[in-house]
Design a binder for this molecule. Structure first.
Ligand SMILES: Cc1ncc(COP(=O)(O)O)c(C=O)c1O
Length: 426
């Protein structure tokens, strides 16, 4: 697509008319008079996800406990079934993915598997701007091994809200045993150079895992070529699996023989699973890292929504995402910059993920004013309004319209009537 953008209300209509992915939008539940810009937090419901959930519900109604056996045990083996449809999005083999638990539990699962501290190598390296659940999990994992986070968790600090890969590499000292970092930052949308950081970690014999929560479904990922040790990601953001849909864990096949840190009966080999023996005999692939009974109704939405990603193709989705976010940045630069707005995400295509990080000193009150005008963004302290035009369901016309609404809010200062008191969920 042409990157030369023009101002004017006809231009987004032209872009929509020429958008090869525009038809996917009609498969989502979009509300009239609402512009949804929050797919980075919770993706919208689609008819495809709904159909898969209703199908599972129907099977439960009809079959009771036999639901686990229908369609060749499809639902009992649902993790493997979903892994097959999801593996192309991250470039790995399906048997390297377990669809299980929440992202935070999967961090605990992976770290408890791979963190084997010794007297000389006992530190875990993290950064200071990742979504904090990762740090909470790491802190508790080092405590479980008898350390205090202050001595065993090494924190790389960002510069001006962005992370420098060279700072991370410099922090890879010989006492570091494991590294956990995000691929795309939740606030700034910065993409870390996974290849560069992973290569450095491997050259120093450090186990490395990545949190792909803001990356899967938003950018192209090829984990095979990177040869990382593990990864985790949620499925309710860009993948539109539904509120709290089950998360994913990648285990590099070279680790299949490792004993899972958190064992559970679902991870046992199928041959002996229903013998219910007292000794855990783990399956020698990512399924060995499954813990308990599949969260069927939290997985079904994903079956429907993932098919759309495969139909659209991740390269096409990324291309549109880059284009539509570039259009949004163009409009911010030309119309909003003089009202105190700045763009906090990196500008280069290979350095930015799927959302635009719009910064303003009055970001919180403006985000509330936007909600009152039918726009759904989210806000992250102290000053970030996250706007996510998603490739599958956002139109260029909507992007044009939200910038007009923001302009109206700041010109008329309507946000000044709003309280500074924060809502529980922002
Ligand atoms: C990077 C990252 N990791 C993890 C999570 C949340 O994990 P969980 O699925 O356990 O709620 C988020 C939530 O936004 C996130 O941004």
């Amino acid at each position: 697509m042409d990157q030369q953008f023009k101002d004017g209300s006809d231009f987004p209509i032209f872009l929509d008319n020429n958008d090869p992915l525009g038809h996917f939008r009609h498969r989502f539940y979009l509300k009239k008079d609402t512009i949804y810009m929050c797919g980075n937090s919770l993706g919208l419901a689609s008819r495809d996800a709904e159909a898969a959930i209703l199908k599972a519900m129907q099977k439960w109604k009809e079959e009771g406990v036999k639901i686990w056996n229908v369609d060749d045990n499809k639902y009992f083996l649902y993790s493997a079934e979903l892994a097959k449809i999801m593996s192309g999005l991250v470039g790995v083999d399906a048997d390297e993915i377990a669809v299980s638990a929440s992202t935070t539990v999967n961090i605990h699962q992976a770290v408890s598997t791979f963190y084997k501290p010794t007297k000389d190598r006992y530190k875990i390296l993290v950064d200071n701007i990742n979504f904090p659940t990762d740090k909470y999990a790491i802190d508790s994992q080092v405590r479980l091994k008898g350390y205090e986070p202050k001595e065993a968790v090494k924190i790389v600090k960002c510069r001006d809200s962005l992370m420098d890969e060279d700072d991370i590499i410099e922090a890879m000292t010989s006492d570091v045993a494991l590294i956990l970092l995000p691929t795309v930052y939740y606030r700034s949308a910065q993409i870390l150079n996974m290849a560069k950081v992973t290569k450095a970690a491997k050259s120093k014999g450090i186990i490395i895992g990545w949190d792909l929560s803001h990356a899967v479904g938003s950018i192209e990922i090829d984990l095979k070529s990177l040869d990382i040790d593990f990864a985790v990601w949620c499925t309710y953001k860009y993948l539109n699996g539904g509120p709290g849909s089950t998360s994913a864990l990648y285990i590099n096949r070279k680790h299949f023989k490792n004993l899972p840190g958190l064992a559970g009966w679902l991870g046992n080999k199928p041959e002996t699973q229903f013998q219910l023996l007292q000794d855990f005999d783990h399956q020698q692939d990512a399924n060995g890292w499954l813990i308990g009974t599949p969260h069927l109704l939290s997985m079904a939405g994903l079956e429907g929504s993932l098919k759309m990603f495969n139909e659209a193709g991740m390269a096409n989705l990324r291309k549109k995402s880059l284009h539509i976010t570039a259009y949004l940045m163009f409009l911010v630069d030309t119309k909003l910059a003089s009202y105190g707005f700045t763009i906090g995400n990196p500008r280069a295509d290979d350095k930015r993920g799927g959302h635009v990080c719009l910064e303003h000193d009055e970001g919180y009150r403006i985000s509330i004013a936007l909600k009152a005008r039918g726009v759904v963004p989210d806000f992250r302290d102290p000053n970030v309004i996250r706007l996510t035009p998603t490739a599958l369901y956002t139109s260029y016309e909507e992007v044009y319209e939200i910038v007009e609404i923001i302009l109206d809010i700041v010109k008329n200062e309507t946000y000044k009537k709003i309280s500074q008191k924060r809502n529980l969920v922002v």
